[in-house]
Design a protein around this ligand. Structure first.
Ligand SMILES: Nc1ncnc2c1ncn2[C@@H]1O[C@H](COP(=O)(O)OP(=O)(O)OP(=O)(O)O)[C@@H](O)[C@H]1O
Ligand SMILES: [Mg+2]
Length: 249
């Protein structure tokens, strides 16, 4: 569905990604784990078109999308959530989701006709309900607790009506209870709505519980890949990332 071929991304002397080839299979959840600074966020941003790779190509449904920026890729159905929520001040939750719905409906047109507003708001409310934020529609987004801002990130991505959803540490800042609910939501989006999903997580049990297939990044390279059980047992992964605690059981 979405495929990276030998992708490198350098920032000055830093090789954030160094010759990575991987693919997100259609209709599957792909987990991406690895230590801090391994290149996970950079990888998602290359997929979504926010970064141009220094080398290598990105393919979406066998089309080379490497030259396309984030707006063009969103139009093709690729949506990214951000690790750090980026709600601008003074906008309500509803307004931010509305802006994303508007983008999806009008593909860049600035003005909404009066008669379309009802349709837009219907969609906004559907998306807010989907992520459990209905009661927060009128609240100022930047004032919400982090866990709810993370859900808002998800809502803004869903409002674009993507086919591929790229999630950057969606459970960071959430309570265990919130993280469980998030996991249920992600699984539903995959199973009931057929979304292809990539999830970057430091919450390893959450990632392995959801993923059909996993990649482990380390210093910008692929250290391991396979089904979650295989990856968790891989001695290289245990040594570089998981620690000895995971080796038992
Ligand atoms: N815009 C940038 N400019 C310069 N260096 C960057 C930039 N983005 C990332 N890097 C560097 O690239 C490397 C990979 O960073 P990246 O954010 O992709 O890691 P990560 O796996 O997402 O880490 P974390 O788990 O902490 O979120 C790091 O060394 C980081 O400092
Ligand atoms: Mg990151």
């Amino acid at each position: 569905m979405l495929r990276l071929e030998n992708v490198s991304k350098h920032f000055g002397g830093i090789r954030a990604l160094d010759g990575v080839s991987l693919s997100l299979r259609e209709g599957r959840i792909t987990g991406i784990i690895g230590p801090n600074g391994a290149g996970k966020t950079t990888l998602l941003r290359v997929m979504a078109g926010f970064y141009k790779p220094t080398r290598g190509r990105v393919y979406y449904r066998d089309r080379d999308v490497t030259p396309l920026g984030p707006h063009e890729r969103a139009r093709l159905g690729i949506a990214l959530t951000f690790q750090i929520p980026r709600a601008p001040p003074e906008f309500t939750v509803g307004q931010l989701v509305q802006a994303a719905v508007g983008k999806a409906m009008y593909r860049g047109a600035a003005m909404l006709a009066e008669r379309d507003r009802g349709e837009v708001w219907d969609r906004v409310h559907r998306v807010l309900e989907r992520v459990g934020l209905s009661e927060y529609a009128e609240r100022e987004a930047s004032q919400l607790p982090l866990g709810l801002q993370k859900r808002l990130e998800l809502a803004r991505a869903l409002a674009l009506e993507p086919r591929v959803l790229l999630l950057d540490e969606p459970s960071a800042g959430m309570s265990p209870e919130e993280a469980r609910e998030l996991a249920g939501l992600v699984r539903d989006l995959n199973e009931k709505e057929g979304l292809t999903i990539a999830i970057v997580e430091h919450n390893v049990p959450l990632a392995t519980g959801l993923s059909h297939y996993m990649y482990v990044l380390h210093y910008g390279r692929l250290l391991s890949e396979g089904e979650p059980g295989e990856v968790l047992r891989d001695p290289r992964v245990i040594e570089a990332y998981l620690g000895a605690g995971y080796a038992r059981g």
